[in-house]
Each structure stands twice: as C-alpha cells, then as structure tokens.
Design a protein around this ligand. Sequence first.
Ligand SMILES: C[S@@+](CC[C@H](N)C(=O)[O-])C[C@H]1O[C@@H](n2cnc3c(N)ncnc32)[C@H](O)[C@@H]1O
Length: 249
Amino acid sequence: MDSVVDAFSGGANVAYHFKRKGMKVIANDLLRFPYHLARAVIENSHEKLTEEDVEGILAPNPPACRAADTMPGYGRKLGRGAGRDAGTFIVDHFYGYYTKPVLHWLDQVWANIQKLPGYKKDLALAALGNTVKAKSAFGQFSRSKMNRKADLEAVASLEQSQLSNPPLSKFIESFKRSVRQLNNLVFDNGKECKAFNLDAAEAVRRYGADVLYLDPPYVTDEITDFRRTSAALTLMLHKPAGESGVKPL
Ligand SMILES: C[S@@+](CC[C@H](N)C(=O)[O-])C[C@H]1O[C@@H](n2cnc3c(N)ncnc32)[C@H](O)[C@@H]1O
C-alpha cells in the first residue's frame, strides 16, 4: 500500500502518520484551517518560516491600526454596519472573543501574513489558527452571537480578565511557539503529497488511492454542527472578500 486519501484530515495527525510511513498522502478537509494545516505539514516538504518571516508577520501594520483607531463604534459593533476596511475585519466581527488589543493584533498579523508566498503563508495561517484556538476567550469557538452577547453582559468585568482573556504577550508567545512546532514538522518523505479543500465525497471521487481513511466529525449531545463550531475560526483565517460573503455569526 503506497497511497492514502484522508478525506476528513482535521488536525492532520493521521495524515502525518501516513506521511511518516512513506506513503503518498492526499489530505482533504472542508474547512480552511485544516486545509492550511495540511498544506503546511503534509503537502509542503521543504519550506519553513524564518526568524525574519516571523518578524515581518509581527511587525506593526500602520494602515490597519489607524483604521481601527478611527473607526466609529470600534469594539462595539458586531458585524452588520461596522467598518468594512480589510484591516479591521476581526475587530469588526469578533468583539467578545478577545480583548481589543488582541483583536487589533489579529487584524495586523492577518494582513502581514497575506504578503507571504506559498507554503509560508499556510504555515503562518496554521500557526495563527492554533493560537486563536488555544487562546479562545471562552475555551471554544461555538458561541453564537446571541450567547456571546448574553455572556458578555453578565461578565462584562471579565473583558480584561487574564482568566478568560490572556494578555497580548501570551498570544505572541503562543504564535511563535506554534511556528517553531510547525517548522519542526516539515519534512520530505519522497512522495508528492497533496492537500485539498473539498467535500469528502468529491475528494474521494477525484482522488483514488490504495487506502481510504474516513474520520468524519463526531456527533455529541452538545455539538452536532461542526460548521457552526468552526465558523469563527474559518472566518478569521479566510476573511470573505466584499459585503456579499460576510455573514455575521
Ligand atoms: C474528527 S475530525 C478529523 C480528525 C483527524 N483525523 C485528525 O487526525 O485530527 C473531522 C474533520 O472532518 C471535517 N469535515 C466535516 N465535514 C466534512 C466534509 N463534508 N468533507 C470534508 N471534511 C469534512 C471537519 O472539518 C473536521 O476537521
């Protein structure tokens, strides 16, 4: 057996295992974060982020800062009607997930990441995804807009609390650590591994292999809709272009 399709690759753990076994791996996931992750550590076999790349990613990005600082209602509006400047998408749409300095930082980092070429961009987006997941304000990304609002009203004083909202320095630390970890995972197994962002059925139809590995989302009492639980992270990593694609959570 030389090749495998992992049609629901998620955290890429199983796909990576197969890559280490020397197989040609096709990793596929419908969501953007798993897709960037699979491009970063499954398809990519050589590219790594250098210290200069990380410095560039973390560099201040004045246009995004100015736009956020001068935007009316900054930090209060929850999407519809808030500024559509590309530099303030996360500030506009993710109030309640993190403190304002962190939202602001996320917009800057995201904008800087867009300048990176090829797999460097995937590595950086995967590191950013790991960071926001690990540091999500309420420990998960499944909160609906209504619930988030209710919780914020109830615990408004927690907005700056280190318990629910770690300081910006922790995000930066976490991002750098994630870059190091992802860099360490990059290797060449001598096969042309690939990552795709398709529905599993389509991936299976298009790409044949000796082994088909299927690990679909788990259904539990609490969470039955994986799209909803991942919606915020997906939006954050793949800001929709223009008004039409933006669906407030
Ligand atoms: C249980 S996780 C897979 C975990 C993975 N085996 C690992 O090693 O981390 C299920 C994955 O299926 C993805 N998924 C859900 N529906 C899908 C679909 N229709 N097509 C492709 N991927 C899908 C989800 O985004 C999620 O990442």
